[in-house]
Design a protein around this ligand. Sequence first.
Ligand code: TXA
Ligand code: MG
Length: 317
Amino acid sequence: MQTILTDSTEEAARILNSGCVVAFPTETVYGLGACICHPEAIGKIFQAKGRPGDNPLIVHIYNLKQLYDVASEINESAEKLIERFFPGPLTLVLKKKQSVPDIVTAGLDTVGVRCPANPVAREFLRLACGPVAAPSANISGLPSSTSWQSVFNDLDGRISCILKGEESPIGLESTIVDCSGPSPVLLRAGAITFEALQKVVPGITLNTGTGKESRPKSPGLKYLHYAPKASIVLCTPLDPITAAPDSAYIGIAPPPEGVRVARHCISPEEYGRELFRFFRLCDAEGIRVIYCELPSPEGLGRAIRDRLTRAAGKESG
Ligand code: TXA
Ligand code: MG
């Protein structure tokens, strides 16, 4: 299949509305979208990514009307979070309407819903024939794509279209909060921090599951994620590092001596934005070991730490 590259939201939406898979930019990472009114197109997403069928997709909406079209119950916590953080980098897990196809939610009775803020994403969703199911636009297991070039590298020839936009300014996937139970639970850390969520819903708790239970809260947690070809070594500024040959470093503390490629970030925001792009750059450069500074689990550090521990093949922490 030929993958059309375009910067026209009209062209991309036309292709989407004809039942095809289209990658599009959002402020977190690029998404790989299909309209939920075309269940056969949703199947093509799983095929293109090589994604296991038991891992549900997030449904992207343009407005509150679409929210009520897919969610059957919106409790008080969800209402408060929507009021404060939609549109933005937040996904809420809510009880689903029956009309949402099972292939989208992997048979769960809940649906993840997100309303992105990126203006190109919003225009694309406005022109779409309905809510758009979209995972991150990468081959399953690899780092998420934060630029259209990364999407192209992974998925050229496997999807119908890439809507070209800017590099994703956040660079880490959305925060996911489960609001389908009596009190909200943070399932995946992201740019909307646990501390910011606590101010709006003080009863929110952290998910203590690993995703490997028989009925995990978030099925995606059990899979290896975000992993470059190089091995990841997690470190703190105090660790003495003798750099291995062909190694690289990313972090906020100054790089150790002897690494071939280094990315010295000035803030957690820059670290988050650069992380996946750096992993992909390291793969292109033939790097074999990447030393990554492990930030403490506060603020955005919690999300970076989560991605790093999972990329390193360890439990999230
Ligand atoms: O920022 C993002 O969230 C990006 C952009 C494109 O919106 N999307 C994204 O999708 O990261 P994906 O599929 O790579 O990650 C979605 C995660 C998976 O771990 C999945 O298991 C979980 O969300 N998820 C989706 N629906 C769920 C549900 N109903 N209940 C629990 N977890 C759910
Ligand atoms: Mg993903």
